[in-house]
Design a binder for this molecule. Sequence first.
Ligand code: TRP
Length: 460
Amino acid sequence: MDNAGRIDPWSSEQSTDYDRIIRQFGLSSVDPNSLPNPGMLHRRGIVFGHRDLDVVVGCMSVGDPFGVLTGLMPSGRMHLGHSMVIEQVRWFQDQGADVTVAVADLEALATRGTSIAEGRNTALREYVLNYAALGLDPENTNVYFQSSRPAVQRLGFSLGQRTNLSELEAIYGFNGETNLAHVQAPLVQVGDIVHPQLEEYGGLRPIVVPVGVDQDPHLRLTRDITQKTNWFNVKQRKSGGLTVALSIQDSNRSEMGLTDTGKVDMSSRKSTMSSLESSIIDLGFSDVRTNPKHGTIEIPGATNADKFRIRMKLLSTERLMGGMGLLPPCSTYHRFAIGMNGDKMSSSRPESTIFMDDDVQLMSKKVKRAISGGQATVEEHRRHGGDVSKDVSFQYLQFFFEDDDKALQEVRMEYESGRLLAGQIKQICIDRATEWLDDLAEKRSQWEDRVDEFLAPDAL
Ligand code: TRP
């Protein structure tokens, strides 16, 4: 976070003032009750914000296709912090999503100097193997590498046309000194996020991207860029209903009926408007008012509830006419777990986090040393009780190791009432973490020779 309140996705320090982030960047709050079978991270308010999550929830409720996409930096070791996104990916997969995983090997090459071969090794051994152990279903999971998917690179390159340095400056705080790797990487990431909507990667459908807030700048950039490519927009109609309006761009001038001299050629304008009109009538709206000159179609009978259906129809019509037909990505944001010693959790501070393959002895040592919310003396603790908001063991139970809400609540009450001592809550955390890590290690050994099952054909 810099002094203009921007988020820097390349900084290891991130603001945890989530209320401010929600307000400043216009995120919506997540209401766990609006989700079918909310997962542990939703029920506990750990997934706190979103953009357009209602779109994918709508797909879940009617069984329409949707996808979930995540990406990993193939450098360093996978730790508990990384597992939170996978927990959510698994939840979306359970609710019917297909899964795409981007290995950001080009980003790692450009921003960290990790070679492509090294990146591949790290991605498979350190990350994909743990994703398998965490329970992703290989049946509809596709892991790919940025470096070997030309469609992603092409999108990253061509969508660069829809942004400029001023926008990157506003979003990321770039200036004349900024390394170009930091310009290229976000554009490739835009390609990652958008490409599952291409016909050869599943076609037009909503894609949700669960991330930590550090990645939100990339999502804002992607949403802005996709919206700029859209040929048709849906707006609230002043006197009730919705209005569809043309968006004229350099790339669609002739379809929009503009001549080289800038005049409207009414016959080609009318032909576009009439295909548009019939696609809306197809949806069951009989009262539509088409104004070819203004490039608008008013639908007085449409309500906000029809908006998504209309947008999807317009995007598929746009595709038939030669446009890209892209939906902006949906996204969710999770809180960061605190580091064991009160710092931020980071692979560069091994004592601050538990790694997926830490052995029980090492994990116990870290938990025993972790910050606690206990009082200075047993007597004071019995009197005032422990503070769960400061207690790392409690937070790790809450974020990772105790999925039973009742059991967690029990621990909280016992601790806050002073009956449970700091050493005892640490022991509970160690016990639950031992089970969790042992189970994960066993599953890793089952998947060790089979990670290929998760790879897309272009990643083999
Ligand atoms: N930039 C992400 C990181 O630093 C990795 C990434 C690349 C990514 N492509 C993505 C994340 C697409 C989410 C979606 O971890």
